[in-house]
Design a protein around this ligand. Sequence first.
Ligand SMILES: NC(=O)c1ccc[n+]([C@@H]2O[C@H](COP(=O)([O-])OP(=O)(O)OC[C@H]3O[C@@H](n4cnc5c(N)ncnc54)[C@H](OP(=O)(O)O)[C@@H]3O)[C@@H](O)[C@H]2O)c1
Length: 227
Amino acid sequence: METVLITGASRGIGLELTRQFLHLGYNVISTYRNSASSELAALSSEGSLTLFNLEVTVSDSIAEFAHNISNVSIDILINNAGVIGPIEQALETIESADWLRTLAVNTIAPLLVSRSLIGNLKKSSNPRIITVSSQMGALNRESTGMYAYRSSKAALNKVMQVLAIELKEQGIVVCPVHPGWVKTDMGGPDAEISVSESAAGIVDLVRNLTMKQSGKFLTWQGEEHPW
Ligand SMILES: NC(=O)c1ccc[n+]([C@@H]2O[C@H](COP(=O)([O-])OP(=O)(O)OC[C@H]3O[C@@H](n4cnc5c(N)ncnc54)[C@H](OP(=O)(O)O)[C@@H]3O)[C@@H](O)[C@H]2O)c1
């Protein structure tokens, strides 16, 4: 069975992706920041789950994690960890330190984590990287405010497009994916879809992802999203 690696899995979409891949019989490696939530730890009894600490913005943490799993073949990497950014991110209130922190988590970390695991992905016969992005970063949508979050996801999309081109020759598929507006701590209770709907869509998408789709911005329903 294939191995899937999911970052930021203590709660929200990452936790549900862990649950659904385990139920499908995948070997799952999930990472948490600080300590594993009780919900994540409890999933260990439901299948082949290995948990690691990974703070995606700390290069030593990435290096230690990559070292610990250096012999493992990874078929699917899901860069899921992300933050909404500071409470104050309107034109009048956005501050650079908070904005930079948002970019570190949402934009830079997915590339550095992916880079550190290229050797693991190359051990797979069908390697795929998806990074959870957001329609809030799409340039075709005219909206206001949320400067830090929107810019972090817009830049993330470009980063993943470039990575897709660079990894194509090595047979590694790369796509940024919009997960829907999801009822999680980040999406809030008024969001449009449940976390299980979103995760089920992402699972289906990534299981069937092909090189033809590499470098495209996709949705949790498998459709192409305008950049
Ligand atoms: N919910 C939505 O409607 C929605 C819409 C579009 C895109 N997204 C994207 O979907 C992804 C998951 O979001 P979610 O709704 O599940 O959010 P969430 O419930 O807030 O969970 C975010 C996860 O990311 C982890 N994380 C944050 N910063 C990290 C860091 N520096 N290092 C390691 N892990 C870190 C968190 O760990 P802790 O538990 O330790 O904080 C948590 O497990 C994010 O990339 C988000 O931008 C969500």
